[in-house]
Ligand binder design. Structure first.
Ligand SMILES: [Zn+2]
Ligand SMILES: [Zn+2]
Length: 220
């Protein structure tokens, strides 16, 4: 479904991927392994082809966001991810045993995306008139949000979620560092956001900017 002109929400396995349809294709998040079939089906429905997929941007290194990367990038798409999460998913069992945190275990269980290009805070990706990388660590060390100022559209991965009908902070259980995840919302509250594209809860458009400001204030 096209949710914003040129941006389609595609139901992948266990997460919504956001497909940016321009001359070529860019996908934000790749779902669990097995996400190739639903993406191919969707692309066929809009008259496009998976061979046009140039780029997969990963909001973070959890299995429901990067598990499908290898199969989707098999045609040569470039994979972009923050270096902290790329390093994280390469963690060895010995390292997990040495530092037994839930975050390390989650990373250990995540399929490695293979070769990837690091993206860091302040980078601008050449889609949607300039898509800015905002590093928002906490849910994972390398969690990023993606900000398209021209559309006032913010992709947040798992940095935000909806609970009881309200927009709120990342999941405490699944976050590597929950206080940091809460604090990271301050980075988003300064943006003039109109639409938030969430990885598991669709779009949030109700007073988005004011809600982010309230969350940032409550976190500090
Ligand atoms: Zn996550
Ligand atoms: Zn997720």
């Amino acid at each position: 479904m096209e949710v914003v002109p040129g941006v389609h929400a595609v139901k992948l396995r266990s997460c919504t991927g956001y497909l940016i349809v321009e001359e070529r294709l860019t996908l934000i998040d790749a779902g669990l392994p097995g996400s190739r079939a639903p993406l191919v089906r969707y692309l066929n429905g809009i008259g496009r082809d998976v061979s046009e997929l140039d780029r997969i941007i990963c909001t973070h290194g959890h299995p429901d966001h990067i598990g499908g990367v290898r199969e989707l990038a098999a045609g040569g798409a470039e994979v972009l991810i923050h270096p902290e999460d790329l390093a994280g998913v390469g963690i060895s069992l010995q390292e997990v045993m040495r530092e037994r945190t839930r975050g390390n275990l989650l990373h250990f269980l995540t399929p490695h995306p293979g070769e990837a290009t690091p993206i860091v805070d302040g980078d601008v990706i050449d889609v949607l008139g300039g898509l800015q990388v905002v590093h928002t660590p906490g849910h994972t060390p390398g969690s990023i949000c993606l900000w398209a100022p021209r559309h006032r559209l913010l992709f947040t991965g798992d940095v935000l979620q909806v609970r009881w009908g309200r927009l709120t902070y990342a999941s405490a259980f699944f976050s590597h560092d929950y206080p940091a995840a809460r604090a990271a919302v301050a980075r988003l509250a300064v943006l003039e956001v109109e639409t938030i594209a969430l990885a598991h809860y669709g779009l949030w458009q109700r007073d988005a900017h004011a809600r982010l400001q309230a969350l940032a204030a409550a976190a500090s």
